[in-house]
Design a binder for this molecule. Structure first.
Ligand code: HEM
Length: 511
């Protein structure tokens, strides 16, 4: 009795499957004829249905801190563009500059960020500049953009007290300490101050309990996000009973909501705020300081929207700058001659105030910044999902030079770290930390650490300026740096952001 409907349903599903396959195939044939497309190299899966073999390999490499090395090997074996299966999705991995430029610019409209796979992030991160597309994304980006362009130019003196606190935590008798956690606290203190107008002061000698709790919850929130990211669309299933992440992000939301409430109250009467802030700025610095939350609160009055919009900027602000500073010192400790050179440049400035314009003139410092980003910048690929059938210019065919047809629903994973380690562009010594490689080198799309096109990182100038300020202060204060880690190699751990597994164990000697 039940057999007939079951058979009918199954037949229907089979017909849908065949129709989908056929329409994909005919779309490919049309594109192949029109653009001379060929298929990219396929990763040789041992389990081709779900691609679970590669998922396991990646998870194992991540556990051992060898994810970047694994991708390097995959590109070496499969060329600069190859395809793999990730559960139900086809992923095109590419480190080819022509493809990355196309996705970022000319085919921008063919791709979106907010794929199914990122949906699991919504409870923690809501909607904001990183998780939206189209009009909602434009709205978020337009809200944020002016704050970055103004903060670039503004007085950098507000960073001073935070660096002083860092100096208080650094032993001055040449004993060993780990800079990595200190750098993360520095980043957190600066980011909470500049995004919310209220620092958690985790670097203060007498650190308040809430600050410890904040750091703990924030780390748990990030760790939970990292775990989920690796499982993509299956994350909700895999972590359905894991309540720790929810507890962590709820605590962070509660903290942010207190700041949001205060900002909404204080911006209720705009003129009152302007005069108060004006007074504040006169006391401490000649220019007004722009605090993201307060600027946004003038335009967004919904507390939940305000929470998520600011949280999405806070996240990179609190993570990326400290990571770059810590990674830089990791390498400088192993190449102390670079420290000496930086110190000479910094001392040559005399006691001029460290302004944005002055910092921009420090060419060697900037090369050190770029080299740190190249060797140990952000390691996760930038992923986009094709929202319509489209084409990538290279990567197809046996020689990898033909265009590729990208069917709707395919993910394109752009590996910026791969670009930064491309021996065709950089030469054979890609693993050596050598800032001099940037001297007289013209770089366009060959390496885009801040991405490019309409979604280029909004903070690229600000990140560099903050880094230069911190490094100048450090080399002025300390004459010498020494590595105190027996392990010379950088062992990476990537949960959720890449950092050194062994920390950054160094000694600094005051002048
Ligand atoms: C060394 C540090 C940093 C690097 C290498 C970096 C890199 C990037 C990259 C590659 C993107 C594009 C991501 C994508 O489209 O999927 C991006 C976007 C963005 N970054 Fe950064 N970033 C850094 C620091 C920061 C900081 C400190 C902030 C905030 C204070 C920030 C704010 C943003 C914003 C708002 C976007 C979103 C742009 C959009 O989608 O319209 N970044 N960043």
């Amino acid at each position: 009795m039940f057999v007939t409907p079951i058979v009918s349903a199954l037949s229907f599903l089979v017909c849908v499957y065949i129709y989908q396959k056929w329409s994909r195939y005919s779309a490919f044939r049309t594109a192949a004829a029109k653009y001379s497309c060929h298929r990219p190299r396929r990763y040789p899966h041992t389990e081709p249905f779900w691609g679970y073999d590669l998922v396991r390999k990646l998870a194992k490499a991540a556990r051992k801190g060898q994810q970047s090395e694994l991708y390097e090997e995959l590109f070496r074996q499969n060329g600069k563009t190859f395809e793999n299966r990730l559960f139900t999705t086809n992923v095109i991995n590419t480190m080819d500059s022509a493809n990355i430029q196309t996705v970022a610019t000319s085919s921008f409209q063919d791709y979106a960020k907010s794929s199914e796979g990122e949906r699991f992030l919504k409870p923690a991160f809501g909607r904001g500049v990183f998780t939206t597309d189209g009009a909602a994304w434009k709205h978020s980006r337009n809200l944020i953009r002016p704050i970055f362009s103004r903060s670039d130019m503004s007085d950098l003196n507000y960073l001073g007290p935070f660096i002083d606190r860092l100096f208080e935590k650094i032993p001055r008798d040449g004993s060993t300490f780990d800079l990595q956690p200190l750098s993360h606290k520095l980043g957190l203190d600066i980011a909470t101050d500049s995004v919310f107008g209220q620092s958690v002061d985790s670097l203060l000698i007498e650190t308040p309990f809430e600050s410890f709790q904040f750091v703990k919850s924030f780390n748990a929130m990030l760790a939970g996000t990292g775990k989920r990211k690796r499982f993509g669309k299956l994350a909700s299933l895999r972590f359905a009973f894991d309540t720790e992440w929810k507890k962590a992000y709820t605590e962070i939301h509660d903290w942010v909501d207190v700041q949001v409430k205060r900002a909404l109250q204080e911006t209720e009467d705009e003129s009152q705020l302007s005069s108060e802030k004006g007074a504040k700025s006169e006391e401490s610095s000649p220019q007004p300081r722009y605090i993201l939350l307060y600027e946004m609160a003038k335009q967004i009055r919904d507390p939940v929207e305000l929470r998520f919009q600011t949280l999405q900027v806070f996240l990179p602000a609190a993570n990326t700058s400290p990571l770059i500073l810590a990674n830089c010192l990791f390498y400088l400790a192993r190449k102390p001659e670079i420290w000496t050179k930086l110190r000479q440049d910094a001392l040559a400035l005399g006691d001029q105030p460290l302004t944005f314009e002055l910092l921009r003139t420090l060419i060697y410092f900037r090369h050190v910044f770029w080299e740190t980003l190249r060797v140990r910048g952000l390691s996760s690929p930038i992923v986009r999902e094709a929202i319509r059938d489209t084409v990538l210019p290279v990567g197809g065919g046996p020689d990898g030079l033909s265009p590729i047809f990208v069917a709707k629903g395919t993910e394109v994973a752009m590996h910026i770290r791969g670009q930064g380690h491309d021996t065709d562009f950089w030469g054979e010594d890609v693993h050596t930390f050598r800032p001099e490689r940037f001297t007289d080198r013209r770089i366009l799309w060959q390496w885009v650490p801040f991405f490019g096109g309409p979604r280029i990182c909004l903070a690229n100038q600000q990140v560099q300026t903050q880094f230069l300020y911190e490094l100048v202060r450090l080399v002025r204060e300390f004459e010498r740096i020494e590595n105190r880690d027996e392990c010379i190699e950088y062992i990476e751990t990537t949960n959720p952001l890449m950092k050194s597994k062994n920390g950054v164990k160094i000694a600094l000697f005051p002048a």
